[in-house]
Design a binder for this molecule. Structure first.
Ligand code: UDX
Ligand code: ADP
Length: 458
């Protein structure tokens, strides 16, 4: 079978895998190949047990794999054959040298750029899919043209806005697709080729085009704005707890102003996930690089409040439980950084688990999808930790429950049964405000929500 286009994606991760599966699903006329240096990951993509859990992903992969979607480790061959190459390798926060803890680590990115340059024998459009510091395309262009050869490359930026847990919905029905290009004849042509791909299923008015730097920067700023909303509401939870105001009521009153909007105002134990912290710190680093210290401090505050929220949660547990947790058994209800994913990257549960262990508490961790990752995250930590998938078994004999993740199943647990099996006095710390607090109090629990008055029997 001959295909209209050969599309390659380098990096078979959370972004590359689902995004390419959607393109293959919506565009049977294109051949889409996803490559990765990690053979285990590729083998998993080729198996019935995909490397990531994402509602709806299995069905799409099943419908396309072997038809026009392929997973492979043959990177060089893939580069040679493709006309369009999406680059979706990881760009974690740098852990060494200049900018450690702040700047993006572009080593995987640079390796990929060199590999494309070394293998390409014909014109390619290179698409930045990973989140990158603004101006990375310039570095990319320099690497690609740093050797005498006739191959021409066009670099475009097409950041991915999908959120985990809703990746398939976000890809199928995105708020917008952003494509940034150089404002040259060949840049516009490359941009139009990408627009053509997305018009297979995305309405034209939702495909936004811009200059390449705006596109790169918009991705960082979008994540900064989203996390800023969470830190804003979380900062107010602390004040609510001091004043008997209720954060849910405040969020509703504020969010019904259409200029503010009501989404992303759920108070929590803190935001996690692989993007928010990394992208804000990257933005902060860029601002400092350009000498914009006030701007940097402003955005840094979003991360500071997030750290404060996690610390505050542990201190609230400690003070509610008579200032000692030594030998007490605490069940963490959920470990993923949010519901509907098994991902635990930057999950507030990691920080909280470590702090509780430092207080010499015993932990029982439960989560429907994230227990394997939880084991890896807490590997080597000295203390008593067990991992139990069944929430009833997990809370049995515990002194307290701390809700870390807003899994739907937790809302309908039989808390009377749970209360009966727990040590008394029994405590619940609802880090997501998902439970019926009045009802829990009536059952006998001492209830500590986030940003609401506590309900206690003493
Ligand atoms: C985010 C962005 O939403 C997405 O557009 C971008 O492409 C990648 O980063 P993701 O990290 O998957 O996606 O999850 P998201 O749903 O944004 O949640 C991030 C964190 O914020 C989670 O820990 C979540 O629990 C928390 N959150 C979210 C809140 O605490 N309150 C809210 O109201 C919303
Ligand atoms: P993201 O959340 O951005 O998708 P992931 O860490 O989930 O990030 O995925 C990135 C993928 O990129 C990993 O599977 C990693 O093995 C792969 N990768 C990193 N460097 C290269 C490279 N030079 N060539 C091919 N794949 C790479």
């Amino acid at each position: 079978m001959t295909f209209k286009k050969n599309i390659l994606c380098i990096g078979a991760g959370y972004v590359g895998g689902p995004t390419m599966a959607m393109i293959a699903y919506k565009c049977p006329q294109y051949k889409v190949t996803v490559v990765d240096t990690n053979p285990t990951r590729i083998a998993e993509w080729n198996s019935d047990d995909l490397p990531i859990y994402e509602p709806g992903l299995d069905e799409i992969v099943k419908a396309t794999r072997g038809r026009n979607l392929f997973f492979s480790t043959e990177i060089e061959r893939g580069i040679k054959e493709a006309e369009i190459i999406f680059v979706s390798v990881n760009t974690p926060t740098k852990t060494f040298g200049a900018g450690a803890g702040m700047a993006a680590d572009l080593q995987y990115w640079e390796k990929t750029a060199s590999q494309i340059r070394n293998c390409a024998e014909s014109h390619k459009i290179i698409v930045e899919k990973s989140t990158l510091p603004v101006k990375t395309a310039l570095a990319m262009e320099r690497i690609l043209t740093s050797q005498e050869n006739d191959t021409h490359f066009d670099v475009v930026s097409n950041p991915e806005f999908l959120a985990e847990g809703t990746a398939i919905k976000d890809l199928e029905d995105p708020d917008r697709v952003l494509i940034g290009s150089r404002e040259t004849q060949s840049g516009f042509k490359a941009r139009d080729e990408l627009v053509e791909i997305y018009t297979n299923w995305v309405p034209k008015e939702r495909i936004i085009t811009s200059n390449i730097w705006s596109s790169e920067l918009s991705k960082l700023v979008a994540n900064a704005f989203l996390s800023q909303r969470i830190s804003s509401i979380n900062s107010i939870t602390a004040l609510c707890e001091k004043t008997e105001a209720d954060i849910t009521e405040v969020a509703k009153a504020v969010g019904t102003d259409s200029r503010v909007g009501n989404k992303f105002l759920n108070a929590s134990v803190g935001f996690g996930g692989s993007c928010f912290k990394k992208d804000i710190l990257n933005l902060v680093y860029l601002c400092r690089h350009y000498g914009l210290n006030e701007v940097a401090s402003y955005w840094e505050g979003v991360v500071r409040i997030n750290e404060y929220q996690k610390e505050r949660f542990v201190l609230n547990i400690l003070s509610a439980m008579f200032n000692t947790l030594a030998g007490k058994k605490i069940c963490l209800l959920g470990f993923a950084f949010k519901a509907n994913t098994g991902d635990t990257r930057e999950s507030p549960a990691i920080f909280i688990a470590k702090k509780l262990i430092e207080e010499k508490a015993e932990l029982v961790i439960t989560d429907p999808e994230a227990l394997n990752n939880a084991r890896i995250d807490l590997d080597g930590i000295e203390g008593k930790i067990s991992y139990i998938e069944d929430p009833y078994e997990a809370s049995d004999g515990c002194d307290a429950i701390a809700v870390m993740t807003e899994w739907e199943i937790y809302k309908s647990l039989d808390f009377e049964k749970i209360y009966r099996s727990m040590f008394k006095p029994a405590f619940i710390f609802d880090g997501r405000n998902i439970l019926d607090h009045k009802r829990l109090f009536e059952i006998g629990f001492n209830v500590f929500p986030i940003g609401k008055p506590s309900l206690t029997h003493f």
